[in-house]
Design a protein around this ligand. Sequence first.
Ligand code: ZN
Ligand code: ZN
Length: 314
Amino acid sequence: MKIYCFYFIVLSVLFFSCSPKPKPFPNQGLNNLADSMEFVLQKNQFYIEAPKHGEWLERNKERGQTFTEYWNKNSNIQPVQTTEKRKKIYLQLHGDFDETQLRLMDSVQRFLSVFYELPIERLEQKKLDSTQLNALNWRLHKRNGFQVKTGFILDSLENNLPKDGVLLVGFTTNDLYPSQKWSFVFGQARLYDRVGIWSMARFGDKELIKNDADIFNLTLERTCKTAVHEIGHIFSIQHCTFYRCAMQGANNLTELDGHPSYFCPVCDAKIISNLHLSLSKRYENLAAFWKNQQQLKTSNYYKKTAIQMKRLEE
Ligand SMILES: [Zn+2]
Ligand SMILES: [Zn+2]
């Protein structure tokens, strides 16, 4: 199976774009927010074991990105940030979505608005039919069937990113491939251009999503996990190598399923300090979101964490 995060490694050197210097974040006298969060959230609950054969970290020797490296003041490049005029996250659906898949995408959109505490808007859905596609941007793969080339959709997203958008991400129900030598990819981003496209094609069978609540929930969890991971990349967060975390790289669906849909204290400290997110309130809202989706394990994690995060507000 091809690795879906390949392009983020290739593009990791392009992670940063020129943007205003970060504002300092209150840190209760400890070195930085990540230290504070590792302390109050009891970091040992996030510990990971050594990677198994075939897993992302066994195949890719990544060293990780600390909180201090994320905000490296000596670097002339800084993480992507929102500005007063550019703070919306835009989503756009490409191709056909049935009623259940649209309902699922509504939930993903709600999740992202709670996770990133940014306004989220949906651009008009784009068709992926013979009027849009030509011989250069799709293929019939011998095992995977009909697939759309990522570059074609990324070009379209790049041209459609509104001026007030900090990023634009596309979702499609079609399988994707980046070039002829690849069997498929789950998604691809252009970090400098702040756009990305992700496929739900391998996250759950269309009929099963419709008829089986467990498959619907699993597909929702996978899509939410992928969405926060990839948007995290667009906000210049590199793969997490420290803890169990939604920012860990994944080589396949089994590995992805083993990752949580939340960020570890280090990655969450990066996004909280970048976007000036609320502390306990955000976790309470995330607990409520997952409770609504009947995903009680994740909801309880956020509920417990919200209480711990209150210590940073004292
Ligand atoms: Zn990645
Ligand atoms: Zn992490």
